[in-house]
Write a protein that binds this ligand. Structure first.
Ligand SMILES: C[S@@+](CC[C@H](N)C(=O)[O-])C[C@H]1O[C@@H](n2cnc3c(N)ncnc32)[C@H](O)[C@@H]1O
Length: 203
C-alpha cells in the first residue's frame, strides 16, 4: 500500500469512529475523555477525590472532563507539551521524569487523593525500548505517589501490554491494596493499551 493510501485509510477509519464523532459533537479536545468517563462509570474514582493530579494532560480532554463534570475539585495538570488554558486547572509544562519539574507539582499540590496518568511515551516500535520507557514512567509515578498521594488514595495509569506488564503490575501491587487492569470500550481493540486502576495506596 502506498503511504498516501494508508494515510487515507487511517483518516477514514478514524473519522468513522463513534467516539471521535462524539468528541467532536461534545466539543472536547480529543476522544481520550471517553476512556476516563468509562473508568469513572466502572470505578467511581472521583467520588471522594478532592485533589487530583493529571499527568500527561495535553491536549487536555481529561482535565476538561474533570473541570466540567466535577466542579469544586482542585486539579493540577502537567505535560511536556503546552496545553491551552482550562478554567480551574493549574497547568505546568514539564517532564515527570525530571526532579525539578516534579517539584513544581509539589509547589501547587502537596496532597493528592487521585493521580491520573494518560502518559504515552514516544513509541519507537522497538519492544524493549518502549517497555523500558513505560517502566521509567512507572517509577516516576510511584515516586510522585510516595511524595503526595494520601494513604488509601487512587492511581489510574495508562500502560501498553508487553514484556514488562507482569513486572509493572507486581510493582504496583506492592504499593496498592488492589490493582485492576481495565480496557475501556473506547480504547481501540487493535491497540495494546490498558489502564491500571489502583486502589488503596499503602506507601
Ligand atoms: C495520550 S496523550 C494525553 C491525552 C490527554 N489525557 C487528553 O485527554 O487530552 C499523552 C501525553 O503524555 C505526554 N507525556 C509523555 N511523556 C511525558 C513525560 N515524561 N512527562 C509529562 N508528560 C509526558 C505527551 O506529551 C502527551 O501529551
Amino acid at each position: 500500500m502506498t503511504k498516501k493510501k494508508s494515510i487515507k485509510n487511517w483518516v477514514n477509519k478514524h473519522s468513522k469512529d463513534r467516539y471521535v464523532k462524539l468528541s467532536q459533537t461534545e466539543n472536547y479536545r480529543s476522544r481520550a475523555f471517553h476512556k476516563l468517563h468509562e473508568i469513572q462509570e466502572k470505578y467511581t474514582i472521583f467520588k471522594s477525590s478532592q485533589n487530583i493530579l493529571d499527568l500527561g494532560s495535553a491536549p487536555g480532554s481529561w482535565s476538561e472532563y474533570v473541570s466540567r463534570n466535577f466542579k469544586e475539585k482542585n486539579l493540577v495538570a502537567i505535560d511536556l507539551l503546552d496545553m491551552k488554558k482550562i478554567k480551574g486547572v493549574h497547568f505546568i509544562k514539564g517532564d515527570i521524569n525530571k526532579l525539578a519539574d516534579r517539584s513544581q507539582i509539589y509547589a501547587k499540590m502537596n496532597k493528592a487523593d487521585l493521580v491520573l496518568s494518560d502518559i504515552a511515551p514516544n513509541i519507537s516500535g522497538i519492544e524493549d525500548v518502549d517497555q523500558a520507557n513505560f517502566v521509567e514512567i512507572l517509577e516516576s509515578i510511584l515516586s510522585i505517589c510516595s511524595d503526595l498521594l494520601k494513604i488509601n488514595g487512587v492511581l489510574v495509569m495508562k500502560f501498553f501490554i508487553g514484556s514488562s506488564y507482569d513486572f509493572s503490575r507486581e510493582k504496583l501491587k506492592q504499593s496498592f491494596s488492589k490493582v485492576a487492569t481495565y480496557k475501556p470500550d473506547s480504547s481501540r481493540r487493535s491497540s495494546n493499551e490498558v489502564f491500571f486502576v489502583c486502589n488503596g495506596y499503602k506507601d
